[in-house]
Design a protein around this ligand. Sequence first.
Ligand code: DON
Length: 566
Amino acid sequence: MNKHHTIFCVFLLFGSVFISLCVSAEIAEPAGFRNGIVVTDSDIASDIGLRILQKGGTAVDAAVAVAFALAVVFPQAGNIGGGGFMLVRNHNGDVTAIDYRETAPSGARNNMYLDTAGNVKEKMSEKGALAAGVPGTVAGLHLAWKKHGTLPWKELLMPAIQLADKGFPVNKELADDLSEYRDDLSEYSSTAKIFFDSSQNTLKEGSLLVQKELAQTLSLIAEKGPDAFYKGTIAKKLTAAMKKDGGIITMADLKNYKPITRNALSFGYKDYKIYSMGLPSSGGILLYIILKTLEEEPLAEYEHNSPAYIHLLVEIFKRAYAERAQHLGDPAFYEVPLEQLLSNDFINTIRKVINKEKPTPSDEIAPTQFNNKEKLHTTHFSIVDKHGNAVANTYTLNDTFGSSYIAGDTGILMNNEMDDFSIKPGHPNMYGLIGSAANAIEPGKRMLSSMTPTIIEKNGVLYAVLGSPGGSRIITSVLQVTLNLIEFRMPVSKAVSVPRFHHQWLPDILYLEESFDTGIVTALKDMAYSIENKRIGCVNAVIYDSERKMYYGASDPRKMGKTSGY
Ligand code: DON
């Protein structure tokens, strides 16, 4: 047995012990931290965030350092070529949301991914330069830092610059993802030269990933701030490369990009107050619809993850996702019937129509007609500092490694967020989601998202910080972990690790994680559900125990993340 086999067997052994621990009812709560906590998808990034907190930086300082570090060590989703949403809860209880979602370039058109016969040109919205929206990450992080940061901007980028410049050992998850995406990544020589070795294989676990060009780009951002990215040297290089490779992002698009400070979408649920992301994310609205519909159900009397519990939630998921497809899009471009969707009447209507006995087929469910005009990687991290300031940040390139396209010699892996638009009415996107005019492509418009960074208070005190990747499955992942915590009183590690399920109206398929008991799967099949296996989300969460005055974190065992604290 060679060294790799030994490592693999040890991994399997510990992995299976870990997984069985995770699904057992006896999951022990992890050690708590009194001062500050960072939960991310990367051990390297979590430790960088922790060092910033220990130096006296705020949760937002740590978030900025973590986000730049993830752009280097977790290129599947960590990024400067993408976008996202950050929720910040100040220790005084004020919550704001920073929307740094990508926008459609000025040259984007509604039919840009269709041929002359009106058929979708496969992959055009998914891979390569044309799939990218105007990136928001650098501007968003800078805005967050200007409002809530205390340490020097440059200092926050230093760990990322060093990691890019000197390199770091590729972990198993990155090696596996690079190998899975090999064909896409190999399409672009600018990408292949970074992630492939001299024999044209993707980098293996343990090899050093050095990204000199990204280090240079990050150094410019550290020295000159976001102007370097949106107006200066980086903007020039990026747009020139994109033009050569068939992209349409211009200097003016970059110069005009603006992150937006928004109100978080907030609502009460029993003793709790939930803050989540409103439009242009659908996450907060769907969380609202689902939780409000459930609020009068005695949920704690249901057996967790029993067929009856799954069926009840799925009946609501189907209705909520049907409304998403029809009505949700960037509110700056489309009149979303928000008042109706958030009204008690609407919630009561859903309560009345759900069928508790058997599944309502999706083709019998249609979005409400209001009287109106018309695999995968993202990454979430949760951070709390010693003052009690909290950050829930979800950002993404959309698909794993985004468009697979690195723009020239900038080292910047570009997003493929244009696929989150409805590129043709009724045509399913990468996550099987369909859309309509509400989410059609228009220049400058933000594509509808499912990202759901969420902060929960209990009786006015910070209670939980959470979020997830998973495309359309983000919302149902955040929802289930929220219910696991609030209704089923699970310790946070169990709340994130127990199996999850998902339904999104169309396709009419109930997705279950593999670890569900066969008895439950059989019972659901007997109810006439069509079932498929899928991994659902990856929740990185923090909870605060106000009696013990301690923070507890859980990085989802579905990935290789870490909780760091002090
Ligand atoms: O904004 C969205 O909803 C998607 N771009 C998120 C993509 C995602 O979560 C991929 N990761 N698993």
